[in-house]
Ligand binder design. Sequence first.
Ligand SMILES: Cc1cc2nc3c(=O)[nH]c(=O)nc-3n(C[C@H](O)[C@H](O)[C@H](O)COP(=O)(O)OP(=O)(O)OC[C@H]3O[C@@H](n4cnc5c(N)ncnc54)[C@H](O)[C@@H]3O)c2cc1C
Length: 413
Amino acid sequence: MGELNWAGNYEYRAARIAAPGSLDDLREAIGSATKVRALGSRHSFNALADSAELLVSTAALPPAVRIDEQQRTVTVGGGMRYGDVARHLQEAGWALHNLASLPHISVAGAVATATHGSGDRNGNLATAVRGLRILRADGELVDLRRGEPGFDGAVVSLGALGVVVEVTLDIEPSFDASQRLFAGLPWEAVATQFDSITSSAYSVSLFTTWDEPTVALAWVKERADAPSGIEDDFFGASALTTPRHMIETMDVRNTTEQLGVAGPWNERLPHFRFEFTPSNGAEIQSEYLVPRARIGEAIEGVRRIAAVVAPLLLVSEIRTVAADELWLSSAYGTDVVGLHFTWVRDQAGVEAVLPALEAVLLPLGARPHWGKLYLDRDGIVPSLYPRLDAFRSLARTFDPEGVFTNAFVARYL
Ligand SMILES: Cc1cc2nc3c(=O)[nH]c(=O)nc-3n(C[C@H](O)[C@H](O)[C@H](O)COP(=O)(O)OP(=O)(O)OC[C@H]3O[C@@H](n4cnc5c(N)ncnc54)[C@H](O)[C@@H]3O)c2cc1C
């Protein structure tokens, strides 16, 4: 049918895509097929979202945005994009605790894969979920709230329980933030002062191609209500005085405002502007969430194979995520550091490099990002999730016929 994901590296095999405009139509569409998957904004890089028969998008459902100031929550349609939710919140004086590098992704799709931003004390986007409304294959709507049995399993669901039609998220009063970039961070500082570097501001990301003499960029985001006190020197790196894209050849206009200019949280926490193409466009991404205690070994290991990795790489980002209790979260039970790889869009080339990378990272307990390209040829990933059995039972309860199972999730169910 020629329907592609956002990056254009994956063609969906489903026979049909439906975008119902009402809950009744969605229920009817689901009832019309034996195999269904929910499709978000198509920003995943693998077969996770695909279905053997029907894909249903929730993007055309009415985009509910209900702010409950007393409870400090916002309830939104699952298909809404973070950028739209954030605009509503900012206009009403509220904020989310964090955002991913891009605001273009759907809330339900991002949450289903444990999508994250950066910051030692920031949980991933799924940790902000306080409630879910899920439409099951049998047409029943199920509401789950934080603290209820099964909730911790249902948030990062890989789409395997049903279609999430509404998500309730924690909110906090709106805040201003600013970002500055520093060039030339010595590897020695990364090796010996990693904790001091990543804890020095609300969110710190490092950008490198691994084969360079210093880490090209440190990207530091701070909240106006918690100034970092960082001046022009950042652990040996120097403050930039002109804005930059993390991929040197890309247009800096795609990135959110830099140089320490304060602005609303939703226009500073993502690296990329909502109005422009994020990242590179024609690309593939992989990411491995390394338990924080093993990050020194992981960085050393990737540097050792830099000559293999760098030729296909546009850029890598190193960022931190706080531990959580969500069963299939890549940060389940441990603080993690994401080693992210933005590759050129050469599927065969990237797949040829991944075994070397995974030989370094998977034995350290690194969990691959569910929505990005990974191989796991030795089938290690299930052993990295101690609550996988509990998730399997939850999935059987929600979806006994396996309507929402595809080949990708069947490996885990
Ligand atoms: C340029 C770019 C930058 C990125 N930056 C980051 C980043 O900073 N941090 C990060 O962690 N990731 C990042 N990602 C990855 C991205 O956040 C994830 O792949 C995310 O899952 C994409 O959400 P989506 O709505 O596009 O989901 P899709 O790719 O459409 O679907 C992903 C999964 O969610 C499920 N799903 C979607 N909607 C629903 C629903 N309504 N109900 C139930 N299940 C549903 C699907 O079935 C599927 O299993 C980036 C991706 C791109 C392309």
